[in-house]
Design a protein around this ligand. Structure first.
Ligand code: ADP
Length: 207
């Protein structure tokens, strides 16, 4: 069974995490941020060390390491009942982050829509990242050089994911609005019939 999935997509600082948290709080939606999975790792392990090395240089962790870790994490979520594939929509942020990952995940995901959080104002993105660096103690957002490298990695490696999924699945959202407006614009474009079905299943299951 491939999991019904909504992808949150956009440059670092575009608000994927914020939107993911909001959507994940709605019954029937289950949010997972790939960056959070990495940050939750024991940094003394091999994967933890790889994450530190690549993220502090503004680069992507290699695809095989990333997809393995993500699959393990998803399996745990299913076992623990945090994600119920027959009921929930999966809301992913931060993965797939390049076309190779999108291909690898083809067997796991049935992507229903990709929401591209568009922010043309680069200064705004940089400002958000710097604020986040202070708030969340994130090393990868702390320096101008790393921020620059992350934005470049996004342009070069991540943006081709849009072409991979194509115009039918990609929905552009103005990410320069207030968070609640961004959420509203996303929700109005999630197919109502799909949500209704999910809500009905939840009611039947007594959730
Ligand atoms: P942001 O929210 O700013 O886009 P994330 O928290 O998603 O950043 O990711 C932080 C870092 O974790 C990335 O810069 C990268 O090094 C690593 N990372 C997260 N997701 C992936 C992924 N799917 N593939 C490779 N590296 C990843």
């Amino acid at each position: 069974m491939r999991w019904r999935t909504i992808l949150l997509f956009g440059a670092p600082g575009s608000g994927k995490g914020t939107q993911g948290k909001i959507l994940g709080s709605i019954p029937g939606f289950c949010h997972l941020s790939c960056g959070d999975v990495f940050r939750g790792m024991d940094l003394r392990t091999q994967v933890g060390q790889a994450f530190l090395k690549y993220s502090s240089a503004g680069k992507l962790v290699p695809d095989d390491v990333t997809v393995d870790l993500w699959r393990q994490h998803m399996a745990n979520m299913v076992t623990l009942g945090k994600f119920k594939p027959e009921i929930d929509h999966l809301v992913l942020d931060g993965i797939p982050r390049n076309a190779a990952q999108a291909k690898l995940l083809e067997s796991d995901l049935q992507v229903e829509a990709l929401f591209h959080l568009v922010c043309h104002d680069r200064a705004k993105l940089e400002e958000r990242l710097k604020r986040r660096a202070l708030r969340d103690n994130r090393l990868d957002d702390a320096s101008d050089t790393v921020i620059h490298d992350r934005l470049q990695t996004y342009e070069r490696e991540t943006k081709p994911v849009l072409e991979y999924y194509g115009d039918k699945k990609v929905k552009e959202i103005d990410a320069e609005q207030f968070p609640f407006e961004v959420t509203r614009d996303i929700l109005t474009q999630v197919k109502p019939s799909k949500i209704e079905k999910t809500q009905r299943k939840l009611a039947e299951a007594g959730v």
